[in-house]
Design a protein around this ligand. Sequence first.
Ligand code: ATP
Length: 292
Amino acid sequence: MDILEKAPAKINLCLDTPFRHRDGSPEWRMVMTSIDLADYVHIETSSSLTGISVETDTGFLPSDHRNLAYKAAKELRCLFDVSEGVHISIKKNIPVAAGLGGGSSDAAAVLRGLNQIWHLKLSLRELAKIGLKIDSDVPFCVYSKTALVEGKGELITPLEELPPFWLVVAKPRESVSTPSILKRISYEKIEHPNVDNVVAGIKQGNLTEICKWMGNALEPITVKEIPEINKIKQKMYDFGVQAAQMSGSGPTVFGVCAKYSRAQHVYNSLKGFCNEVYIVHPCSLEKSFEHR
Ligand code: ATP
């Protein structure tokens, strides 16, 4: 049997970390949403296949046990003692190591897809719990809809639908490693954005309030390594975005525009400066899978 799953990228409208757990992992308080920039994950299972194999259309991603999609298949296969083999083919559209959660979304797509194929009947909550073993962003990606994310990434509270807006997403040339940024968090110095006010803005459907309170506690750390982030933000503000911010541990920056015409203006102005620029809008994953 086979299935095609859409794996949307995520952005962090707000990202805070109140403390570090004893095991070294950060406690999160984040508002996340999915965007319509997505990978496509084709999952095929058969008793004639042996083990798990992964292929991607990029030359530089691991296609062995290091691929997060492989890890997701392994986790479910072991947990439910399934003997069928799995072949995963990923069409990558989400920039890699960019703060857009591409690997986590691919892993979440595999969890959702195999849940269907193997009739495991696991709830999204159960899949999210399994997903946490793979990466802290996988639980959110299992839902892929606007949510407050807490704990180590496993506590997902879905929020109201966002008011309509457009996003201009721009990735600087360089990439960053998430673990290296997380290691550098200094909990004495960190500035905490007001996550509750962003949640309140979403509840009111008020884009101005959401933009006013957005923030990312990791941004000052990544900016030290990649100053281009601030240059892109400044250009976005010069061309009229309502708010601009780094996503996740970076370095991708997104700018918020209420109108498509404004987003197009910002996009055109950034195109000569940045190779990877996209106009997208928030999306939520509802009926994403196609049986064949
Ligand atoms: P995060 O902030 O959750 O670590 P990110 O958006 O910054 O994620 P990803 O694109 O998920 O970055 O890539 C992070 C790392 O995961 C890269 O070093 C990449 O080699 C590895 N990786 C493993 N599997 C995948 C995959 N399917 N797609 C993208 N990256 C993957």
